[in-house]
Design a protein around this ligand. Sequence first.
Ligand code: NAG
Ligand code: NAG
Ligand code: NAG
Ligand code: NAG
Ligand code: NAG
Length: 611
Amino acid sequence: MLLSLALVVILTSPALSTTIAEIQGHAFQSLYAGEKVTHLTGTVVAISKSGFYLAGHPVKDERVSTGLFVRSSASVSLGDSLSLSGTVSEYRSSRNDLSSTELISPSSILVTSSANTIAPILLGQDRSPPQGQLSALDVVAGPDAWLSVPNNVSQVDAGNESLKPQTYGLDFWESIEGMLVTVPSPVAIGFNDNYGEFWVHGAWNVTGKNSRGGLTMVLDLDGLPDANPEMVIIGRPLDDTTNPTVAMGTTLTDITGVVHFQYGYFYILPLTAPSVISSPTSAAPPTTISSSFDSCIITIGDYNVENMAPTSSHMSAVASHIVSHLLSPDLLFLQEIQDDSGSTNNGIVSANTTLSNIVNAIMDMGGVAYAWVDVDPLNNMDGGEKGGNIRQAYLYNPDKLDLVPGSPTGNATEATAVVSDGSGGYTLSYNPGRIDPTNAAWKDSRKPLAAAWQTRNGDRLFSVNLQLTAKLDSSTTEGNTRPPINAWVAERMEQVAVVATFSQSLLASSPDASLIVGGDCNEYIYTTSVFAPLTALLSEVDSIATPPVPPEERYTYVYNGVTEQLDHMFVSAAVAGRGVSVQHIHVNNWAMNIAERASDHDPSVLEVKVC
Ligand SMILES: *[C@@H]1O[C@H](CO)[C@@H](O)[C@H](O)[C@H]1NC(C)=O
Ligand SMILES: *[C@@H]1O[C@H](CO)[C@@H](O)[C@H](O)[C@H]1NC(C)=O
Ligand SMILES: *[C@@H]1O[C@H](CO)[C@@H](O)[C@H](O)[C@H]1NC(C)=O
Ligand SMILES: *[C@@H]1O[C@H](CO)[C@@H](O)[C@H](O)[C@H]1NC(C)=O
Ligand SMILES: *[C@@H]1O[C@H](CO)[C@@H](O)[C@H](O)[C@H]1NC(C)=O
């Protein structure tokens, strides 16, 4: 009787004496949000510019955090044990963010003792982040989990589920929100961002570890695209020291800090900056795929050269990569060639100077004397940097290949088509020419550039050089929105479908045609719904190559900690049947710092046989 009376009092009292564990609870949202609490106790474990972090009494339940951020300008010291009152708040700065549980408007702050020490949670030992998925909501969204289409179909905060910290990454990091943790033996998995922040994993189990030390997007044990919940971003140090400059594979001294959700991600805000223990030193090795005297063997390079203008300071580095690392492939698929006035928005669309300058820079470095072809876009109609008029272009070694003669060069608006050459073979009506350039799928985006080539022996090869719409405006992977918003994915789906229709038209006429479709697809192969129409006809080279590229080495890009492949090459059955080799050459993502990169993408080299 007495007991149930006491319960009634606790459940109905407006001003509660409560614990941090009770405030945090075992779900994403605090049941106390908006309520005033009194006589809350805890020990100060970290102090930031906007408040301090309290450690409360530990509890056994792994779903429950016993840390809490107090938004306050009160003067407290590390190690102070406090009693205080305040209002519980779920704070978010953007609608796609998870909310952060905080105590606001603190009052009656009483220091009860000083110089207390709180042991941090040792991650990888006391608690370990799960591998695989970030959220249960992603798993039910579709066969591609967090990459399922449609995305943005549910919100974490719409439910009130108990956290599953051993299974889902968001649940894990939420379950230690506000707590002091140590990352033992951290390894950086990418460059610092503009604020000096960088992503790491520590001494715990990880998925997709590549030879350089980064974490590559691969499939998890359930065959779903892995969202790498075991990585975490290290924020600016709370004591105003400066984070070291890191790159993929830099090893660091242990990092101790507090877990805090901000800017769309769970951060660890370090008490002080770590120091570098070791930096990866070996430069990216060049390809072992080299051009052959055999006219049947064609080497193909694929490189997004990032807004290349005639006077770009990165042109010589790119030329050097093409000569020294790609070994002057017979045919180069380039993306992001700007017009002759670069980003000056003046109506110029020709890229003749840009392309001749690259060709000359390659020759100056002892490379092949390339010829080049492209098709000028209409001014400012293909997206990208305003005035830049980026487009795809081909460089080719005229000793190995030539365009199949007899067709005019296309223009911005005329669609090229597969046509009979009048002597039993096939060519393109415009060579090179753009694929269905007036199709709405290409609005504000680059139209694919198709070409028909022949070797000295007359063997033919068809190519499609792509740059699909970019992912700009996507939501963060650790946000409230599930699956995360994969911006412009509907456009990429339509674009791939147009390319598939073109590929089908070639293969319908000529089932044995040698066709290579490649470029910057701005999408992961694990977003299977985007590539389905194309992969029904063609094979991505990474998995069919001899030897196949190990899944964790399939990458051309690093973004927010994830090493990933946005650049893909697909080949027709005839090419696949003769065997291919492919290598991704990490001249940029293995740089020692972000400023040393020539482009944000790594190039790739492919070898195919056309007879
Ligand atoms: C995501 O979904 C929310 C809620 O359904 C909607 O308001 C918002 O516009 C969507 N955002 C995008 C980019 O689709
Ligand atoms: C969330 O679930 C808890 C029980 O786990 C329940 O007490 C509470 O009322 C729920 N809150 C909401 C907003 O549904
Ligand atoms: C890490 O992986 C090993 C080997 O698969 C396994 O035995 C161990 O339980 C894993 N540790 C954690 C914390 O999951
Ligand atoms: C660019 O080069 C092409 C082919 O070499 C030529 O037809 C075209 O007139 C040139 N454009 C300009 C603006 O010089
Ligand atoms: C492309 O060529 C076609 C056929 O010659 C012509 O009608 C059209 O005006 C041209 N478009 C552009 C943008 O030059």
